[in-house]
Unconditional design. Sequence first.
Length: 523
Amino acid sequence: MAATASGPGRRTVLRGTLAATAGLAAAGAGAVPAFARGGRPQARWGVQAGDVTAHSGLVWVRSDRPARMIVETSATESFARTRRYPGPLLGPGTDFTGTTALHGLPAGEQVHYRVLLADPDDPRRVSAPVTGTFRTAPGRRRGGVRFVWSGDLAGQGWGIDPAFGGYRTFEEMRRLDPDFFLFSGDTVYADGPLERTVTLPDGRVWQNVTTEEKSKVAETLAEYRGNFRYNLLDEHLRRFNAQVPAIVQWDDHEVTNNWYPGEILDDDRYTERSVDVLAARARRAFSEYFPLPALPGGGLAGRLYRVVRYGPLLDVFVLDMRTYRNANSPNDQPLDEQGVLGRRQLQWLKRELARSTATWKVLAADLPLGLVVPDGDTDFEAIANGDPGAPLGREAQLAELLRFIKHHRITGTVWLTADVHHTSAQHYRPEGAAFGDFAPFWEFVTGPLHAGAFPASELDGTFGPERVYLKAPDRANVSPAEGFQFFGEVEIDGGSGDLTVRLRETGNGVLFTKTLRPGLVGQ
C-alpha cells in the first residue's frame, strides 16, 4: 500500500511503492488498466527519478487514468515542509506516463519526494501519495560519489520467475544505497518473447510471468510499451526505482537484435520489416517509460546522448551507439565517417570532454570497444572487427577520439559498458598496439542484470587491450538460476579523488577491484 501524507520512516517510504503486484499483472496487457474505474487515480507502477545533478532531477510516474501529475519535495521524510512542482497532464498519448522536472534543489542532500495524481475534472479527487527519495550530487569536491552500473534485463527468454526471486540483482544493488544507477542499455528485450516454462539443464523448471505483449516480438507501439511495463511487474525493481535515481541509455534490444538505421529485416517473426519504423515506435515507448530530459534534436523526445554533471568529481557522458551508426558489415572499410556514433555526436563528445572540469569523465558506452561482437558469419556489431591491425571501419572513429583525448591532455577518462553478458576488465596501452597514438585507459564490462550469460568475447589487438580480469560461463545462455549475473560499483573518494571500480556478481560479492589515481597517465 502507498505511504500516507503523514510521512512514515524511510524504509516504510520505500515499501510504500510496492502496490499490489496482482493488480499490476492484470493491467499489464492494456493501455488503460482494468482497475481504472471509479475512485481516485492510482499510481501502481511506482515512481522513478533520473538524471539527478546537484540542483535538479526528473521524476516519473504512470497513472491508471487521465490525471494531473504533481510532485512535492521535502528535506525530511515527514514532509513537514514541502515544495510543489506542477507536472503534466497524463493521458493516452503517453500511455498515462509523465515526467516532471525538479529544479532549485540543495546540493549533496537527501531529497524526499511524493507524487500525487489529481483527477482533471475534479481536483478534490487526488491519489494517495507514492513516495521516493534520492541524493543530489555533491556541490563540493569533498563529497564523494558512489554508483552502480549494469545492463541487459530479461533477455534470452528469462523473465520474472517469482519462485526464483524475480530481479534479485536490483535488491542487491539497492542495499548498497548508491547515489545513482547507470543503466547501460538493453533495458528491455522487445525482440525476446517469453515462454511460460523453460526446463533448465538440471531438470528444474523456470516459470515466467507472462503478458500478452511479451508473447511475441514487439512491432506496434502498444507492444513496445508493454515490454517496458513488464519489467515494472517486479517488486525488486519498483523498490529500487523509489530509492536509486537512474541514468538510462539504450542499445539494440529496445528495438530488435543488432539493428541499425535503414535496415530491412529478414525475419519471419515480423510483419513490419522496416527497422526505422520499429525504432521510432520503440523510441517513443522508451521516452515514455523512463525519466529522460527533453534535449534538442533527435526527434520524438529529443536526442539520447548527453552529459550528466554529477558534481566536481564526475561527469557521465551517455553515448548513443544505435541511432547514428552505419550498417553492420565486415567493418573493414579504410574510411568511415559515420562509424558507431555519427559525425555530429562525435564532435559533441570531443567538445564536451574538452570543456569538462570534472576529475573523472566516465564514458558510458552501450557497446564494448576492443571486444569482438559478431553479427552473423561475416559482419560485426560493435567497434572491433577481429583484425588486430591498423584501425579500419568503426575503429577509425575510436582512433580519432582517442587521439583527440591524448593531444588535448584530457585526463580521467574511464569506459563503462555492458552488452556482452559477462564481466571483465581491460587495460588499453599503446605499447604493442597497432594504433599507438593514445593515452592508456581502462574499460570495465558488466552484465547481465537478469538475462542469459555468455562465454567471453574475443579481444581485438588494434588498441592493445590486456584482459586483466574475466568471469564468464563456458556455454551460451546460462540462466539467472545458475549465476553469472553481474553489476559494477564505482566509488570516488572525496578526499583523495581516487576512483575504485568493483566488479560484482549477484549473490557472490566482489570479484575484482581496481583503484585509479586522478590525473595520472598510464595507469
